[in-house]
Design a protein around this ligand. Structure first.
Ligand code: GAL
Length: 429
């Protein structure tokens, strides 16, 4: 089941956005582009993502539907590669780019991940599209600054996701004798609840393969170090070899000891499913998990609850999906049509309703979205924003890969805590 906006509400959102765009056009001197461009009957667009199945594909389909409505002559070619967080897609994409076989557009995270493609000369500056499509003032500064490299802008964002969210099964918690409405102030409080859940015969915290463990690690580092020192890990002002990092890694080790042993064979939808099915009490996952719960017909507040990872209240662990124009894209016209849809009000409303994220655009009516998404919209404006590690905002791909290898070695028993920390120090270069 996918919730779609009521047509009247969508129309209202479009009117609101159109008014704001007119205001933007007045300021920037450029009018928003008309919905349609001239495409030949044979236009197509090959779109490379990792939204290959389940609720993520439903999100992609929402964009494809909008493409069909605006650009009926552009044929969508799906180049999605399965594997959460692009765990398989990113390597394959790099092989294609190096072989001069780019798709027409590809998914990339806002932030440091984008720099790799820019430095390798693999993507075009799309500033002209921001002007043509009236997007100059459509996105918040915190996001735009993560799309800029040397004053040029390299992608168009589709959404904003929050990574530091716990998803919980209130039935499992109540059956274990815990208060299902509790939000734990610290990781230590949360660990005490894990013991109760474990004693009741359920998995306290469901995790999956390496990238989800890195995702968990980033939220524990954030909780234990605080936002400033967490950001310092990425800009060099926090020492990876410090005692505070050792303490945070010890906490991570404790948290991991309450997770399912079969984790390495699973991806995030499987871990989320365990919470839905009542096999596990909690999972830590970005808010694409909301889409999985919703797709399965689960109801917020009754079938599942959510709260910021303990110790991270008031912090928004940020990531955003965006789309590029690769150098040498075979169908730049098709790519332009796709990018227009991604940046449009209608595209962002439909996509984000299906995806669990919030619109990147600032001119869309929040009341169109679910209660969870409305909390995310307020948090993004009120909270301290920090960049996600597992989802490309904090580091380049090579650094993330080195952290992922170190994490996997540690969680599969191939290294002890001291070696883990030494590996992380080495990864930071
Ligand atoms: C993230 C991506 C999200 C979602 C998630 C799980 O990296 O930004 O949109 O797809 O991976 O696959």
């Amino acid at each position: 089941m996918t919730s779609r906006p009521r047509p009247a509400a969508l129309a209202a959102a479009v009117v609101l956005a159109a008014a704001s765009l007119t205001a933007c056009a007045d300021q920037s001197g450029s009018a928003p582009a008309a919905a349609n461009t001239v495409e030949t009957a044979t236009s197509e667009v090959e779109v490379f993502t990792w939204w290959a199945s389940g609720s993520e594909k439903v999100g992609l389909d929402a964009l494809v539907d909008e493409l069909g409505a605006r650009h009926p002559h552009v044929r969508f070619v799906d180049a999605a590669v399965a594997g959460g967080a692009g765990s398989a897609a990113k390597d394959l994409l790099q092989s294609r780019l190096q072989a001069n076989d780019p798709p027409d557009t590809f998914q990339v995270h806002a932030g440091a991940e984008l720099w790799d493609y820019v430095e390798a000369g693999q993507i075009e500056d799309v500033a002209h599209l921001y002007v043509q499509l009236g997007l100059r003032d459509a996105f918040p500064d915190e996001l735009v600054e993560r799309l800029l490299v040397d004053g040029k802008i390299y992608s168009i964002p589709a959404n904003i996701h929050r990574a530091n969210v716990v998803w919980a099964n209130p039935g499992v918690l109540a059956a274990a004798g815990l208060d299902p409405a509790a939000a734990y102030p610290t990781v230590e409080d949360w660990l005490a609840a894990f013991e109760v859940v474990e004693a009741a015969g359920r998995t306290p915290l469901a995790v999956a393969t390496t990238w989800t463990q890195v995702h968990l690690l980033e939220t524990i580092l954030l909780a234990e170090l605080g936002p400033e020192a967490y950001v310092g890990l990425w800009d060099g002002t926090t020492e990876w070899a410090s005692a505070e990092v050792t303490a945070a890694l010890e906490t991570f080790e404790k948290v991991m000891s309450f997770t399912n042993n079969d984790r390495d064979g699973l991806d995030w939808p499987d871990a989320t499913q365990r919470v839905m099915d009542g096999e596990a009490a909690f999972t830590v996952m970005g808010d694409w998990a909301l889409a999985a719960f919703t797709e399965a017909g689960k109801v917020e507040g009754t079938d599942f609850t959510y709260f910021p990872v303990p110790g991270t209240h008031g912090v928004f662990d940020f990531l955003a999906d965006s789309f590029t124009l690769p150098v040498g894209a075979p169908n730049p016209e098709g790519a332009r049509a796709w990018l227009e849809v991604v940046g449009s009000v209608e595209g962002q409303v439909e996509f984000n309703l299906a995806k669990g994220s919030i619109p990147a655009r600032v001119d869309i009516d929040p009341t169109l979205f679910s209660p969870y998404q409305q909390t995310a919209i307020s948090s993004f404006t009120e909270d301290t924003i920090v960049p996600s590690l597992a989802h490309g905002a904090a580091t380049r791909i090579a650094w993330l890969n080195a952290i992922s290898d170190a994490t996997s070695r540690f969680t599969t028993g191939g290294s002890d805590l001291e070696t883990f920390q030494a590996d992380l120090v080495a990864a930071a270069g």
